[in-house]
Design a binder for this molecule. Structure first.
Ligand code: ZN
Length: 196
């Protein structure tokens, strides 16, 4: 088992609606192998989420995981402002999402399919996600803060939407520039610098 190549923006599959996965398919060895490939691809990148279309598979399947070694690259102030805490691997087949409340948060995010860039995106702070797990059993998640952002980003992929469709366009930057200019700054300071 090994990581798969990640499809980059411009590819039509990233702009198409992915299909529902039939329940009977979830338990097949092929689908289980696909889940493993997705988890390994996400970890190797490294990223905090991956949607099946990003490795060229047109199904409604996402994997997510935020590891402590990624989270601790941020200062404790940045972790707190983003409400970012580590969580273990989640596999969600045919996810559906409901927004909870109308609070939003704005932060930089990137995408493994828009390699090397970041942009600031408004996302809902709190969502409820239901779907099937890797065994085809029903599951649901209540996500607040950064995990809610990851869910919104990954589920967008299943509908052919990329963060660049939603970002504050003036904030679009290479990951290097954003690191050099904004690391350690609060989002309010960054917004002032960017005039967004
Ligand atoms: Zn993405």
């Amino acid at each position: 088992m090994s990581a798969a190549p990640i499809v980059q923006t411009g590819a039509p599959i990233l702009r198409s609606r992915a299909e529902d996965v039939p329940l009977s398919r979830i338990v097949t060895p092929e689908f289980q192998a696909l889940i493993q490939t997705m988890v390994e691809t996400m970890r190797e990148a490294p990223g905090v989420g991956l949607a099946a279309p990003q490795i060229g598979i047109p199904w409604r399947l996402i994997v997510l995981e935020d590891r402590a070694d990624l989270v601790t690259k941020l200062s404790s102030g940045e972790q707190k402002e983003r409400e970012r805490t580590p969580f273990s691997t989640r596999v969600v087949v045919n996810p559906t999402m409901k927004i909870r409340g109308d609070e939003k948060a704005t932060f930089f995010e990137g995408c493994l399919s828009v390699n090397g860039f970041v942009g600031m995106v408004d996302r809902y702070r709190e969502v409820e996600v239901t779907g099937l797990d890797e065994h085809g059993e029903a599951q649901s998640f209540h996500a607040v803060g950064w995990p809610a952002r990851i869910f919104q980003h990954e589920i967008d992929h299943l509908d052919g939407t990329l963060y660049i469709d939603r970002m504050l366009t003036r904030s679009f930057a290479t990951a290097e520039q954003s690191q050099a200019l904004f690391a350690g700054k609060s989002i309010a300071e960054i917004r002032e610098l960017l005039n967004v």
